[in-house]
Structure formats: C-alpha cells, structure tokens
Design a protein around this ligand. Structure first.
Ligand code: CTP
Length: 214
C-alpha cells in the first residue's frame, strides 16, 4: 500500500563541547517496534532515521543522525516520496547556543549555559505535507494532557497523535509497557496498558484505516 515510509526514532543529542551534550531519556523502543511492525505490512521501503539508541531494526534503510538539525535535514531529504511519516523521536527542544571546541574547564561555582530553540521538525513537515501523506506525531504531557494534545494535533497538522501521559503510574521512558491515547480529528481513544510492541501494531492499524478513508 505504501511505497516508502519514514520512522524517526530515538533521542537527539546536542553537543556542548567534545565530551558533553544535552539529551533525554528516550530509549528508541517505540520506533524500533514501529519499524518491525512496518516490515510485516505492504511497505516497500522503510527509512529509519534515528538518534543514538541500542534499538536498531534490521532490513531497513538506516540513517544515523545526532542533532535535531541533522535529523531535520535527513527527514526533509526523504519526505517527498514518503506516504507516511512517523515522528517517534524525542527531539531536543533546545541546543547550546555555542559549541566549544575545547573541553570546558572547571572554573566558577556557577556557570550559565545559553540554549537556543531547535527547529520543530513535526510542525515543519505538517506545513509542507500534501493531503495524501499521513503524519503521525507523539506527545508527552504531564498537565492538561487532552487540551495540550488537541492543540498540538491542530498546530502540527497531524493525522494521528499518540499521547503519553507521563506520571508515576506511567513512567514511559525505558519501560516495556505503556498506556497511551490516540487523538484524531474527531475524538480520543484510551488504550489499555500494553507492551510497546502491541502499541506499534495498533498505530499501524490506525494508519491503514486513515489511508483507506483518504
Ligand atoms: N518534535 C519535533 N521537533 C522538535 C520537538 C518535537 O519534531 N523540536 C516532535 C516529536 O518527535 C513528537 C512531537 O513533536 O512527535 C511532540 O513532542 P513533545 O515534546 O510532546 O512536544 P513539543 O512540540 O516539543 O512541545 P512541548 O515541549 O511544549 O510540549
């Protein structure tokens, strides 16, 4: 059904100096399971664009990236041919305003690190995509989760948003189990707590349903 799909996975890392960087707790498990599930469906080419993670699927067109900017550039290279784009990556929202080529030496008791905003890749793809391309995003929310997720769905012009509520009961990061909500144009579905592999199957089921409707 789809000739080409893009799955973006893992964290990005934003260097500060040759030994330090800013990153996040994303394991890349969800992206890994989404790629493995895609292999079981009628998809000719899976372009897997990933930040550093131990979860690398086999038999995909693999593109390793590090920073948010390198992830964006690679997604834009492949995006025109892709029928589906899934942004399962945990993109760092900010990067250090300056890269220091020498290791920063310990000095003052306090240091201030200036951060600048990274490009919002999902939003940019949402603006550029055509009506027959399906765009899937993720949201990690701790407060006002449905209001924030609905707003994110509209703002980023998505076809499906997978909402994670981050809480003590549902820590998400590095776990095998997760409880998510699917947000669509016309509603919300709460899924039971299940494995990230089972969630990947349901996400692909939804993508195929959306494709049939468009
Ligand atoms: N995302 C992206 N580019 C960024 C940040 C996030 O493409 N610079 C994508 C993620 O891959 C995810 C979605 O946007 O699919 C939502 O990420 P999330 O961190 O929940 O939301 P943000 O847009 O960063 O907004 P906020 O941090 O304010 O909730």
């Amino acid at each position: 059904m789809f000739e080409s799909v893009i799955i973006a996975s893992g964290p990005t890392i934003e260097p500060i100096d040759p030994v330090r960087f800013i990153s996040n707790r994303s394991s890349g498990k969800t992206g890994f399971h989404l790629a493995n599930e895609a292999k079981k469906r009628e998809i000719d080419e899976i372009i897997f664009i990933t930040g550093p993670t131990n979860y690398i699927p086999s038999d995909v067109n693999l593109v390793h990236v590090d920073t948010a900017i390198s992830m964006r550039d690679n997604i834009l290279t492949y995006f025109k041919e892709a029928g589906v784009i899934i942004m399962a990556a945990a993109v760092s929202d900010y990067r250090s305003s300056e890269y220091c080529h020498e290791k920063i030496k310990k000095g003052n008791d306090r240091v201030i690190l200036e951060l600048v905003k990274n490009p919002d890749i999902l939003k940019e793809i949402g603006e550029k995509k055509s009506d027959d391309q399906i765009l899937v995003g993720f949201a990690a929310e701790t407060t006002n989760i449905f209001k924030n997720a609905k707003e994110k769905f509209e703002r980023k012009n998505l076809d499906l948003l997978v909402l994670n509520e981050i809480s003590k009961e549902n820590p998400v990061f590095n776990e095998d189990l997760n409880q998510v909500f699917f947000i669509y144009k016309n509603g919300i579905i709460k899924l039971d707590k299940m494995s990230k592999m089972e969630i990947a199957v349901l996400i692909w089921d939804e993508i195929f349903k959306i494709a049939e409707q468009t």
